[in-house]
Design a protein around this ligand. Structure first.
Ligand SMILES: O=c1ccn([C@@H]2O[C@H](COP(=O)(O)OP(=O)(O)O[C@H]3O[C@H](CO)[C@@H](O)[C@H](O)[C@H]3O)[C@@H](O)[C@H]2O)c(=O)[nH]1
Length: 508
């Protein structure tokens, strides 16, 4: 049986922070093995992936398949198929709606079996799609869960959902099953939805069963690197008791070379996004600033901060006198797709920043990886979404954390305590923060002789470890390359075993 004819079906959750690494994973597996990959998602996500792939080469064996989905059937606004632009309180409806993909996914895989005469080698499903285990199992294949988060953050997040540890503490902190006793988590590191969770609310009703089902998968893939998260991987492996292959970073290889700035076409090949501001202009703006002088600020694809916080962040940035690029969206409580209003910022802020060239406000979406890889970028003020973390560290850029939701607070904790590459400015969209504190943290991280210099050195070490993990030459293979090879070999030997046993059943 020719292994080159193998087929893998991928089922990503509907969010940019998941679709981007899923597509990168598909490309990596495809380039390494020549397998056929089918990524299946809802129609609008498939359209967006299609436009992404139209700009990149070498994807002739990555197929896209639509799974029928109508957002209004699930109480979501019309044409809403991702978390982007969806207020956080409605994101839970999208999670619940994702359960409706089980039946079409099953039909899709059955169709593949009919055409190819055998089941796909495996299904790779999002960690949040535990239902894919049952689909794979009943159709004669295996499901592998892919966490688009890091090991530490994922371990903390799943343990919190399983155990709801805050329900049994009266303190401001809690310990977490799976983590050593001495590793304490603060109640403020729980998003208000999680703090209110008691097992009967709509978030718990989705996460608890889906994560438990994913813990029954054949194994897990994790978008991290063995050498940068030894502790997190230990905790995760002990907790799920499954093979966990760390195959990150899922970042275009062009961004991991030692040359300088990336070509702007990379962002078009990643998100299929229409950049609201020409990417070339961002890079020109960065070119006009000195090396290591610019602060980059972004809260990912789906989070935003409050109006008061936005004003204070603006005040702090202006008073710091430092150059910055800020990817800015309407604050919490406003239509995220709507026009940006100047009243959300201090009076005359954007004009002053444009005129003095101190700051560039990019509305909605920026070419993030290109900005991070530019020599002028010095530090990233980030919500600590895992893709942002990996992108920043792969460029040796230290982080100022402002975690907002999901597992971001645990990513931030790990960046501070385990890696020493970050300081946390504040957490949540409800915290009180004043401009002076923002300025204080900026001064701290820009100071090369103190904390800022230490963070930068640690980030440079992590960058080298990330780059070494993808080394793939005759002398040496990096850990992520070995993990990917091992993952594929294990699946193929499972396939051989099952075809041997079905042959022996036939001959008996
Ligand atoms: O203006 C922008 C904003 C984002 N991005 C890209 O979009 C992705 C954003 O991903 P991430 O940083 O992980 O943030 P989220 O979109 O918030 O990601 C979700 O998914 C992640 C992976 O599971 C989780 O770690 C986060 O908590 C969760 O919110 C990254 O690749 C960015 O480069 C851009 O290119 N331009």
């Amino acid at each position: 049986m020719g292994f080159e004819n193998e087929h893998i079906v991928m089922l990503p959750f509907m969010a940019q922070g998941h679709l981007i690494p899923f597509l990168a994973l598909a490309k990596q597996i495809q380039q390494r093995t020549n397998f056929t990959i089918t990524i299946a998602s809802t129609p609008l996500n498939i359209q967006s992936l299609q436009s992404t792939m139209a700009t990149s080469s070498n994807n002739n064996t990555i197929h896209l398949a639509e799974l029928p989905f109508c957002s209004t059937d699930h109480g979501l606004p019309p044409n809403t198929e991702t978390t982007e632009n969806l207020p956080l309180k409605q994101v839970v409806n999208l999670f619940a709606a994702s359960l409706s993909l089980e039946a079409p996914a099953r039909r899709l895989i059955s169709g593949i079996i009919e055409t190819e005469g055998r089941p796909p080698l495996c299904v790779i499903s999002d960690l949040f799609f535990g239902w894919a285990n049952d689909v794979a199992d009943s159709l004669g294949t295996v499901n592998v869960s892919f966490t688009t988060g890091g090991a530490y953050g994922t371990a903390a997040y799943i343990s919190i959902w399983h155990n709801l540890p805050h329900r049994s503490t009266h303190e401001d902190f809690f310990t977490l099953p799976g983590f050593p006793e001495g590793c304490r988590f603060d109640i403020s590191q729980l998003h208000p939805f999680l703090r209110a969770a008691d097992g009967t609310d709509s978030w718990s009703r989705f996460f608890q069963p889906q994560i438990s089902l994913s813990a029954k998968s054949f194994g897990w893939l994790c978008n991290t690197v063995e050498e940068i998260e030894p502790f997190g991987l230990d905790v995760l492996r002990n907790y799920v008791r499954l093979p966990v292959w760390s195959i990150g970073p899922l970042i275009p290889r062009e961004a991991l070379k030692n040359s300088s700035t990336l070509d702007v076409s990379v962002s078009r090949q990643r998100a299929g996004k229409k950049l609201s501001f020409p990417a070339e202009k961002c890079l020109e703006w960065l070119d006009s600033h000195g090396s290591d002088s610019v602060i980059y600020i972004s809260f990912g694809s789906q989070n935003t901060i409050s109006e008061t916080q936005m004003k204070e962040l603006a005040i702090g940035l202006e008073e710091s006198g430092r150059a910055f690029i800020w990817v800015i969206r309407p604050p919490v409580g406003f239509d995220l797709k709507g026009e940006f209003r100047a009243e959300w910022l201090p009076q005359g802020f954007e004009e002053r920043m444009n005129k003095s060239k101190q700051g560039l406000l990019v509305h909605n979406w920026a070419p993030q990886l290109e900005i991070l890889s530019h020599k002028s970028t010095r530090v990233f003020v980030s919500h600590c979404g895992w893709n942002s973390v990996m992108e920043s560290l792969s460029q040796g850029v230290p982080i100022v954390g402002w975690p907002l939701a999901a597992e971001q607070a645990y990513n931030s904790k790990m960046l501070v305590e385990e890696m020493g590459v970050s300081v946390e400015l504040t957490r949540g969209a409800q915290s009180k923060i004043v401009g002076e504190e923002v300025k204080g943290v900026i001064d701290l991280v820009m100071d090369e002789s103190g904390k800022g210099g230490e963070m930068r050195k640690s980030a440079a070490v992590i960058k080298e470890k990330i780059r070494a993990s993808i080394r793939d030459d005759d002398e040496e293979k990096g850990s992520s390359v070995k993990a990917m090879d091992d993952f594929v070999a294990v699946l193929l030997s499972k396939r051989q075993e099952s075809s041997k046993s079905s042959n022996s059943i036939v001959s008996n």
